[in-house]
Design a protein around this ligand. Sequence first.
Ligand code: GUN
Length: 291
Amino acid sequence: MTDNKIIDGKLIAETIKKEIAAKVADMIDHGQDAPHLAAVLVGEDGASLTYVASKEKACHCVGMISSVYRLSEKASEEEVLNTINFLNNDPEIDGFIVQLPMPKHINETKVIQSINSNKDVDGFTLSNIGLMQLGEPCFLPATPYGIMELLKRSNVEIAGKHIVVVGRSNIVGTPVSVMLSRKGIDATVTMCHSKTENLGEFTRQADILIVAMGQPEHIKADMVKEGAVVIDVGIHRIKDDSEKGYHIVGDVDYKEVYKKVSKITPVPGGVGPMTIVSLLHNTLLAAKKNR
Ligand code: GUN
């Protein structure tokens, strides 16, 4: 039996993937090449290797082309910038990402800002951030776009509601706060962060609570309003005695908070699956825009 309280990100992501796959098939039927997403991966960071592999798999799943440009941990900043310059100018690449974090000796800001904004499917360049702020068409960052789609496709009313965002990161908290408060979306947004005093006083006021604070199970039931909608962006591995040796939790104490809310995203299977789908969405957009 389906549980209407649970916002099933996995299912919604599968639905969006099917929609994207149909659009890709249509492009191919009309004699066009499939959209091509590239990823630049510098070094051997374990999580980054997993993320890039998932992105490649998702591309293939919807009929897109993917390629990975692997550079050694010791690659110089100049080598990374040369790779980006190549991708900026290669007409066969519709969009690309530079997987973060990069090794310490590389200036991430300089690298990211050297990406051609028309190919910046992560939405990390100044141009895309500025357009987002103005509410103009642009590549929206993956997780915030994924959150917006989860809310929309779960029929959660946003206009006029009080949304409390916990966390102010450049890739989640800050952009999602901006996007939700734009004209046409019309939420009233409060942004909380690590220096917010009496966090619970704010979170208890939320009709929709979005948590991206990076603290395992920090949000307890007494910090949430009865009937609220809760979106949990956190993902943490907690060591245990199980066969796997760990289990996964979010930033929200799911078991207790679940009892109080009207809707909630599980971890895993909530926001996570949506981020890669957002990247596919942007790659399709790039292929349509740039050719
Ligand atoms: N590392 C963790 N998340 C992301 C992301 O969304 N994009 C890139 N490029 N790197 C990441």
